[in-house]
Design a protein around this ligand. Structure first.
Ligand code: ZN
Length: 490
């Protein structure tokens, strides 16, 4: 076999793996949207079978042989594909199969146990299982770690390759005091009441689809369905999103749709030539989240765009109680309210939720914090950052599914994504001085075109941070995000 044949073999093998990965993802989409309830046990078996096939393909020893033969290609797209194939192969091979299977088994059992413990607000009931999961993830991190790498960093690399906890800590330590100060300033001002009234579900859905179209979502290669939790699923020519309807809160449907359209639009705009290849997807979770946050917040919650949205909502639903004009609407959409729940947090509070999870999960994996002391540590940190006493575990340490299913290292990319979004927003505002005129007409196209050309079309061609820095032309920093938040809420 020649070096070029080895490269061709790697790319062909990865293409079939990617195609099967898309099929596996669609099984998950189906499960959350249209699957009959009685199918759940069979579906679990189907998904496990697909997982087994994918794991075997990703750890196929032939990949190692081909990688040893292949030469560094000149084409940067081929080079990036080989980089991703080598990374995935090395990680898959480092974790012993028995440990992998044990993690899969325990985290599948723990989902139901967590849901019951959360409903009962009983951390003590779940603590032994969580301690077991932390132990397994620590072992996985140690297995994944390259020489000199900390286990937590090895886990983090699954979601955000090319960064370390130390690097993120330095960035987040800049954010935390200024966010706490901003929170205090914002709450010192009178905040509007939450939206009142009832909003027809079918009209919410129709308006959400109108927004999705306006934000460039391609319905020829996607669809919108209802699900309990909004998500985006798939890559390339089939990228689907879900939303949810709450009759009392149309913003939930509209803004979660914009968020998912940000994820989906990123996938849909990746160069078609990268389809079903290891670079035919978003560069990382953090870069993905930067797109969804930009669509939802910097664009969707901007003063200019909400002016248009207010008028459109009055057309669709009639006048809204307590909202006299577009300024009042803008204030309501951007209402700052200290809550216990991360997923309901406003732009000021959101990153504070992530920062505390980041510190706590590092301490858990490092062994500096025992699961038995976690609830107390959580509540103390929440009181320090949010000035509130957590009333119970359901509103505190048990609220998120991430740790119970073994997702350690998954939280920090949310805030990193916001930091990336801040950098990208500053860059396209500078390049598009008249953007507000278009947003005021409900048209974000110039911003989307900028993002598509500078960032989205490249997929995972470059490493995550490099992807953002190539787009903006400046180093990544927390300053633009802080400047944006302080201007908006200070
Ligand atoms: Zn997201």
């Amino acid at each position: 076999m020649t070096p070029s044949e080895a490269t061709q073999a790697l790319i062909a093998h990865a293409r079939t793996t990617a195609a099967l990965g898309q099929v596996a993802g669609r099984l998950g989409w189906d499960q959350e949207t249209v699957m009959p309830e009685g199918a759940s046990a069979q579906r679990a078996e189907e998904i496990a079978a697909m997982d087994g096939v994918l794991h075997a393909r990703r750890s196929d020893p032939q990949i190692g042989d081909w990688l040893a033969l292949a030469e560094a290609p000149e084409d940067p797209a081929i080079a990036a594909q080989l980089r991703e194939i080598a990374r995935s192969f090395a990680r898959t091979c480092r974790v012993p199969a028995a440990l992998s299977a044990q993690i899969a088994r325990v985290t599948s059992l723990s989902q139901g146990e967590w849901a019951r413990a959360r409903a009962a607000g009983d951390m003590a009931a779940f603590a032994p299982r969580l301690a077991e999961i932390v132990e397994l993830k620590r072992a996985e991190g140690a297995a994944l770690a390259e020489a000199g790498q900390r286990p937590y960093d090895a886990l983090l690399a699954e979601f955000e390759p090319g960064t370390t906890a130390a690097e993120l800590s330095a960035m987040f330590e800049v954010l935390r005091p200024r966010l706490v100060a901003l929170r205090d300033r914002a709450l010192g001002k009178p905040q509007p009441a939450a939206l009142a009234g009832q909003f027809d579900g079918a009209r919410q859905q129709a308006l959400a689809e109108e927004l999705a179209r306006a934000f460039g979502y391609d319905f020829d290669r996607g669809r919108v369905d209802l699900a309990v939790h909004p998500f985006s699923s798939g890559s390339g020519a089939d990228v689907r999103i879900t939303t949810r309807i709450d009759a009392a809160d149309p913003f939930n449907c509209l803004y979660s749709t914009l968020h998912e359209v940000g994820h989906a639009g990123y996938e849909q705009r990746i160069d078609a030539g990268y389809g079903l290849s290891p670079i035919g997807q978003g560069a990382s979770m953090g870069v993905h989240e930067s797109q969804s946050r930009l669509y939802e917040n910097q664009l969707g919650r901007s003063r200019a765009f909400t002016g248009w949205l207010h008028a459109r909502m009055v057309e669709v639903f009639g006048p809204m109680d307590g909202i006299a004009d577009a300024d009042a609407f803008y204030a309501t959409v951007n209402r700052v309210s200290p809550g216990f729940i991360r997923t309901e947090a406003d732009e000021v509070h959101y990153n504070l939720h992530i920062l505390m999870r980041f510190d706590l999960e590092q301490a858990l994996i490092a062994g500096d914090l025992a699961v038995g002391d976690l609830e107390e540590a959580w509540n103390a940190r929440f009181a320090a950052d949010f000035g509130q006493t957590v009333p119970g575990a359901a509103q505190g340490v048990l609220q998120d599914v991430h740790w119970p299913v073994g997702l350690f290292g998954y939280f920090p990319p949310y805030t990193l994504g916001n930091v990336y979004a801040g950098c990208l927003h500053a860059a396209f505002r500078a390049a598009l001085p008249d953007l507000d005129q278009d947003l005021a007409l409900g048209d974000p196209t110039p911003a989307l075109a900028w993002l598509g050309e500078r960032l989205q079309r490249h997929g995972a061609l470059r490493m995550p941070r490099e992807t953002v820095e190539e787009a903006t032309g400046t180093p990544v920093s927390a300053e633009p995000l802080l400047a944006y938040l302080e201007a908006k809420f200070g």
